[in-house]
Write a protein that binds this ligand. Structure first.
Ligand SMILES: NC(=O)c1ccc[n+]([C@@H]2O[C@H](COP(=O)([O-])OP(=O)(O)OC[C@H]3O[C@@H](n4cnc5c(N)ncnc54)[C@H](O)[C@@H]3O)[C@@H](O)[C@H]2O)c1
Length: 276
């Protein structure tokens, strides 16, 4: 035993939802390296050796129920990584409703024991949640799958930014009830990261903050760099941390908010919902 074992996952079971590619796949690989037994749920084929693959389509409640049956439990770490871009049918289910449903069903089954942790991948696009908390609270109190889908559609919010704001608000609000059960919940809010999803939307996603990266001499983050932050948040080493939406963007939005990099200031104010 060493103090650094708090960063490891020996003897622990982890469920990575959306772990076939990108940051989720990097997280699954890292968890294996850290000693965990790993179950990967995805709609796409899972190619990483050494994990238990489970097929799921997060847009379909029945598919999520079947995947949960197959995956079993309990899990010491649940990583909610799957997400899609604007224009994808079912975005409100894939990016938010299904992840919350998974958490709720695992809680119903006592499949998230005391000491377990939930780590979600939100986005810098979700950081404006505080300015919209009153409206988002309606959604957070609407826990039924169909009613939540209806909420997104009725409010014209079945889009990337709104689903990520919902996820950030959910993480912040659930910290208290989950901590009563000994469970932590956090998210990372990545900046541009070189994954298949970002490449498919590269004109928008990978040009974002390009001026800042040129100024500081960096490239878009790699999937494993984001996975390291997410896996840390789910490890016992992060025992004091819950309810946080950690911005993993190489300092871009902080530089904008403080005026250290003035070109980012309007973007940062917009992203944090501080304009107007
Ligand atoms: N790449 C970026 O720049 C960036 C920035 C901020 C946030 N994000 C978020 O990071 C997360 C991971 O994305 P990524 O960039 O690694 O992309 P990715 O496409 O490589 O990974 C997303 C995974 O979700 C899975 N998925 C999509 N729809 C699904 C469905 N209906 N059912 C089950 N699985 C499904 C995909 O098959 C894929 O394995 C997403 O939530 C995304 O919104 C990405």
């Amino acid at each position: 035993m060493s103090l650094f074992d708090a960063f490891r996952f020996d003897g622990k079971r982890a469920l990575v939802v959306g772990g076939a590619s990108g940051m989720g796949a990097a997280a699954a690989e890292l968890l294996l390296d850290a000693g965990a037994e790993v179950v990967v749920m995805d709609r796409a084929a899972v190619t990483l050796p050494g994990v238990q693959p489970v097929h799921v389509d997060l847009a379909e409640r029945g598919s999520v129920d079947a995947a949960l049956e197959e995956a079993g439990g309990p899990f010491d770490a649940l990583l909610c990584c799957a997400g899609v871009a604007d224009g994808t049918p079912g975005i409100e289910r894939i990016n938010f409703v299904a992840h919350r449903y998974l958490v709720d069903r695992l809680l119903d089954r006592d499949a998230l024991p005391r000491g377990s942790a939930i780590g979600m991948i939100s986005s810098a696009a979700g950081l404006g949640w505080e300015a919209n908390l009153e409206q988002l609270t309606e959604l957070l109190e609407t826990t039924d799958w169909d009613a939540a889908v209806d909420w997104f559609q009725r409010h014209g919010k079945a889009d990337y930014m709104s689903t990520k704001q919902a996820m950030c608000a959910y993480v912040a609000r659930q910290a208290h009830p989950l901590m009563k059960r000994g469970i932590r919940i956090n998210a990372i809010c990545p900046g541009p990261t070189d994954t298949p999803l970002a490449q498919a939307n590269k004109d928008l996603w990978l040009t974002f903050a390009a001026d800042y990266r040129a100024d500081v001499g960096t490239e878009p983050s790699t999937p494993i760099e984001q996975a390291c932050a997410l896996v840390f948040l789910c490890s016992p080493a992060a025992a004091a941390i819950s309810g946080q939406t950690l911005i993993s963007d190489q300092g871009y939005l902080a530089a904008g908010l403080t005026g250290a990099f003035p070109d980012a200031t309007p973007v940062a104010q917009f992203m944090f919902g501080r304009l107007g």
